[in-house]
Design a protein around this ligand. Sequence first.
Ligand SMILES: NC(=O)C1=CN([C@@H]2O[C@H](COP(=O)(O)OP(=O)(O)OC[C@H]3O[C@@H](n4cnc5c(N)ncnc54)[C@H](OP(=O)(O)O)[C@@H]3O)[C@@H](O)[C@H]2O)C=CC1
Ligand SMILES: Nc1nc(=O)c2c([nH]1)NC[C@@H]1CN(c3ccc(C(=O)N[C@@H](CCC(=O)O)C(=O)O)cc3)C=[N+]21
Length: 294
Amino acid sequence: MAQILDGLKVSKEVKAEIKEEVQKILANKRRAPHLVAILVGNNGASKAYVNSKVKDCEEVGFSSSLIKFPSTVAESELLEKIEELNRSKDVDGFIVQLPLPKQIDQEKIIMAIDPRKDVDGFHPENFGKMALEMDTFLPATPFGILTLLERYNIETKGKNCVIIGRSRIVGKPMSILMGRKDFPGNSTVTLTHSYTEHIEEYTKEADIVITALGDPYFLKAEMIKEGAVIIDVGITRVDDDSEKGYHLAGDVDFDSCAEKASWITPVPGGVGPMTRAMLMKNTIIAYKTSVYND
Ligand SMILES: NC(=O)C1=CN([C@@H]2O[C@H](COP(=O)(O)OP(=O)(O)OC[C@H]3O[C@@H](n4cnc5c(N)ncnc54)[C@H](OP(=O)(O)O)[C@@H]3O)[C@@H](O)[C@H]2O)C=CC1
Ligand SMILES: Nc1nc(=O)c2c([nH]1)NC[C@@H]1CN(c3ccc(C(=O)N[C@@H](CCC(=O)O)C(=O)O)cc3)C=[N+]21
């Protein structure tokens, strides 16, 4: 049976470390770090995620603000708000929750964010620095996975790592980070996507599989190698007749894969809470490097 990579537990440790730092900052009579989240529209999952971010901020002692726009918002209005946040001396970092409605050019929005406040690490300047192994904000989900691997001391050097999904926020940055000359890293990386043929031929050879495709229970035990490390990023709301009306499903068929894997992340309680903790981490990094705080 696989051992659990307990993201909930590690996320609490990371947040406790951040809280301690914030207490020192406050003891020195400085203002608390401040994170702002922009939410456009009314998507249930996005709302839940943004609300939990506000809760995380309270927990570690940050200030937080939530700015909401209707799904009909004009691109220009969103850009104006971003400019305002870029200029604001009491905002250390902000994120624009994705996906955005169709009338808005996502690339234009991301490009407008001051890279120094881009705590999601999505701006091309930060993405480029990440790829070149320069100091920068790492996107929260890949950063969370690296931290989980690091804290559990999972060997990644020389391992075959197969990633499923090539999104800007998870798969693509993850593939770069696992191949970096660093720990955790130094893996031999294969990035697979919807055009990959016979994907099981890749996953069967993998020492580490990272699934980020958003297809419930996609990865089955037959597709993995004995002793593999399985990281499940996927979170899909699947309707059911429970009181809530849905349950959360990962991309991994946990029950069958757990019998074969050496380590595995659960959903919920795996990568999700780590993502949230690393956003807090990026925000305190932004605060500490901010030109307004030296
Ligand atoms: N736990 C966390 O913190 C987070 C969880 N998520 C979850 O992770 C999942 C993925 O999210 P995100 O990265 O935004 O995904 P996207 O929907 O942006 O991208 C999905 C990727 O998976 C690929 N893909 C889709 N179907 C298959 C298939 N059958 N075989 C191989 N590849 C496939 C797509 O290929 P192609 O490029 O060819 O279309 C695409 O690259 C979702 O469930 C999301 O909710 C996301 C962010 C954070
Ligand atoms: N600009 C931007 N940055 C993001 O980082 C970003 C985004 N947009 N858009 C959507 C995805 C998704 N995402 C999640 C983060 C945490 C959980 C999480 O905490 N999940 C809990 C369960 C939460 C629940 O109960 O609903 C868990 O897995 O245990 C889930 C999903 C960040 N994303």
